[in-house]
Design a protein around this ligand. Structure first.
Ligand code: AMP
Length: 509
């Protein structure tokens, strides 16, 4: 099935339900959105050189046109290549060339830099301004019928965030997105016309994919007027819209908790607040629970298996009578419906409960492979199992605790040290805002532990106190040998801490 069928069905069932808003302004009801999508699809297919299955790229900030283009692309039988709007022009150019994109839609803030970068490049991509006359003309084309596609045809070519090297294009098919959409109702919520999704996180990532189960049931999509994440704006949208769901990275949750406006915010307008994509430390999660109550839902996953492999449901977040509640809060929950999850050693054999292994998973949502990269595909997908590169341990109830990516594990004197464990302890210090732990080469021990620490504004954090916290909570050998105080941690465009960059900033011993 072409996943564009979801919008078609919603428009038929709920033609007058509000579909898409920009801030307070309603842009389309569902019948209007479907009409616009069918016209835009007609325009896309009439562009010179465009054939079924071709890829169109989006270098766009969040905007109503983003949603229109996603659905128009699918309606037209094309594959969408979402790109984070914060990428460098060179990174855009790499992706466009890597997957041979003929047309790239860009918000006006990006068109100039993209055109400059692509001048003379082999990609031959044409840039179309998503707010320009050409776009308006495309959206006024003669509508076409939804094009047939096979379930295994690519729908969403998601380039991984590249914390370790060149991004790779995880190819997600219509089958993956269909499975992802249906699993939402099994593991998150039911959805209806009274609900909405606020896209304060990039549509190019999880927020965009979560719009599918919402659009499939007639929930309204809200694009904040700032086109991004701004806590006061989000709080004001919660005054206007109720039963709202939105996606956040853990750092965004912490910003919301610390925002001075949170005390007056309409928390009861929040239906579900997803977080994931990076570690949520227990101390931060406890503050978030105290602020937002039973509205938090955690997902652990990868671009290769949207949206997640495991989840911690809203109910699990507040099950404080459970004897292992604290431990569970430090976990990423249990396997999603229809996803098999195993933990294996290097030999591919399952490790016993409680022991650490690499997380591998198998399900219909998993990518078909990396675009044009058979070697990386063979490495990641083995006999249908996706090797995530993440390490974790199960408890006897099937709750999975992450233990950092295998490449981030520090091996000192032959013992494995999981940075997350040390980071959790250091974050207990009241003056610490953020922390990241990496290994530095040591001639005797192999590696030693170094902590990069960011203090809260106006607070001083002293090394002796940090050391004492470690001595009180973890084995001596896990204690950082040095604390490096910095103003902020380097992060990529999705807010993930770049340990690779921190390693280049390591002071010499
Ligand atoms: P991406 O494909 O860019 O979404 O990055 C996926 C990686 O982010 C995973 O392999 C994990 O290392 C990390 N990650 C995702 N979700 C979580 C989570 N809930 N907690 C900790 N790390 C996470």
């Amino acid at each position: 099935m072409n996943i564009a069928a979801f919008l078609h069905a919603t428009a038929r069932c709920f033609p007058n339900a509000p579909a898409l808003a920009f801030g307070d302004e309603l842009i389309h009801r569902y019948a209007g959105l479907q009409e616009r999508v069918a016209r835009l699809a007609g325009g896309l297919r009439a562009l010179p050189g465009v054939k079924p299955g071709d890829r169109i790229a989006l270098a766009m900030k969040n905007s109503p046109q983003y949603i229109e283009l996603m659905w128009a692309g699918w309606h037209a039988g094309l594959c969408i290549v979402p790109m984070n709007a914060k990428l460098h022009p060179k990174e855009f150019a790499f992706i466009l060339e890597n997957c041979g994109v003929g047309y790239c839609f860009a918000t006006p803030d990006l068109t100039g830099a993209l055109a400059d970068e692509l001048r003379g490049s082999a990609a031959g991509t044409r840039i179309i301004d998503s707010e320009g006359a050409e776009y308006r003309a495309l959206a006024a084309s003669v509508p076409i019928a939804q094009q047939p596609v096979l379930p295994d045809e690519p729908a969403w070519l998601f380039y991984t965030s590249g914390t370790t090297g060149r991004p790779k294009g995880a190819t997600l098919t219509h089958r993956s997105l269909l499975a992802m959409t249906l699993r939402y109702y099994a593991d998150v919520d039911s959805v209806g016309t009274g609900d909405c999704m606020i896209h304060c996180a990039p549509l190019s990532h999880a927020s965009g994919l979560y719009s599918l189960p919402h659009i499939a049931k007639g929930s309204q999509q809200i694009i904040p007027a700032s086109q991004g994440f701004d806590p006061p704006e989000l709080f004001s949208l919660l005054e206007r819209y109720s039963s709202a769901t939105f996606f956040t990275a853990p750092t965004m949750v912490t910003r919301l908790v610390n925002d001075p406006g949170v005390g007056r915010a309409r928390i009861d307008s929040i239906r579900t607040m997803f977080y994931g994509g990076a570690p949520m430390y227990v101390e931060n999660l406890k503050s978030a629970l105290a602020t937002f109550g039973p509205r938090l839902w955690q997902g652990y996953g990868q671009g290769e298996t949207p949206n997640t492999i495991t989840c911690m449901s809203k109910a699990m977040h507040v099950d404080d009578g459970h004897p292992r509640f604290e431990q569970r809060l430090a976990s990423v929950g249990v396997a999603r419906s229809g996803v098999e999850v195993r933990l294996v050693g290097e030999d591919g054999r399952d490790v016993p409960v409680g022991e650490i292994g690499e997380i591998i998973c198998r399900s219909d949502v998993t990518m078909a492979g990396y675009w044009n990269n058979p070697q990386a595909t063979a490495n990641a997908l083995r006999d249908g199992w996706l090797w995530t590169g993440d390490m974790g341990a199960f408890d006897e109830d099937g709750f999975l605790t992450l233990k950092d990516r295998s490449k981030d594990v520090i091996i000192s004197g032959g013992s494995n040290i999981y940075p997350r464990e040390v980071e959790e302890v250091l974050l207990q210090h009241a003056g610490v805002l953020e922390v990241s732990v990496v290994g530095r080469h040591h001639h005797d021990w192999g590696e030693e532990v170094i902590a990069f620490v960011v203090a809260k504004p106006g607070q001083a954090v002293n090394d002796h106190e940090l050391d004492q916290l470690c001595l009180d909570n973890i084995a001596r050998f896990k204690r950082p040998k040095q604390y490096v105080h910095i103003d902020e941690l380097p992060k990529n465009s999705y807010g993930k801490v770049l340990k690779t960059e921190l390693r280049t900033r390591l002071p010499r011993d």
